[in-house]
Design a protein around this ligand. Sequence first.
Ligand SMILES: C[S@@+](CC[C@H](N)C(=O)[O-])C[C@H]1O[C@@H](n2cnc3c(N)ncnc32)[C@H](O)[C@@H]1O
Length: 279
Amino acid sequence: MKRLGQKGNHNHIHRSMMKYAYEEPKQALSARIQAHQQYSNFSLHDWLKGSFELMPGHRVFDLGCGDGNYTRLFWDQIQPSGFYLGLDKNIDLINEAKNRFSDLPKDQVQFVVHDFDTPLPYGYDSFDWVFAIYSLYYAKDSLRLIYDIREKMTAKGCFVVIGPGPDNIKDLWAFNYRLIGEKGERERVQRIAGEFIISFEQFFPKKNIHYEEINSEMRFPTAEAFAEYYWSTLLWRESVRDKSSQEIDQYKLETLKRAEYIMGLRIKKQISVLIGKKG
Ligand SMILES: C[S@@+](CC[C@H](N)C(=O)[O-])C[C@H]1O[C@@H](n2cnc3c(N)ncnc32)[C@H](O)[C@@H]1O
């Protein structure tokens, strides 16, 4: 457990907040989800299931739900009388989620296309749980969004923010720098441990705020499996954004060559978890 509210600097945050936004390609998201299922020694699904007491009848808001990676997990715990709302700005991912869960009751499991950088949709409130899993650190203005979310929670509601920790994939970052020479954007991964804790302190009683970091590892069986994961990350996409296709092909060849002897086919992951309870 860390001491809360030590890091972070709001002036700096406001200058740089525009660059946090991003678009998630559907293929890249499913490649990363699959890689985690196959090669990680940590299951976020199991951890979520064991850590929060969702009960039948509860109302859950899944902010930045993507293609519904956690929909079934939440619904299984709150059914048959609960309510689940998944929100994401990406219409392809929301359509995918709607297809995947077309068997669930439509009035109780809903998905909306919405950009959380604009005020949250009217008419959905009284949530017992709000989960933002690998999504909130893309928000342009976290203060506004956290305020907006808090308004939509019950008096005893709980807001859970999960995302990369400050040391997440540091080894892959170094690998990427040696390979491509691009430093990459590391500010996003500092946001939960810094900016968001400070923001939470404005909206939740200090005694109701909890922060922790979970370390885990991905071990890949082959250079190809390692490379597939690396090429599906935002780090790779942002690093090769301005490169020619010949350069990208060259980096891909080099990735496969170096994966084993530089990375040992392993990547160290770190998750930040920030929890705020209203009452
Ligand atoms: C890394 S994915 C995580 C998806 C899902 N929560 C999971 O863990 O599998 C991040 C998601 O946040 C969504 N997102 C990013 N910025 C957003 C915004 N401004 N408004 C709504 N959704 C956003 C993306 O479209 C993407 O689906």
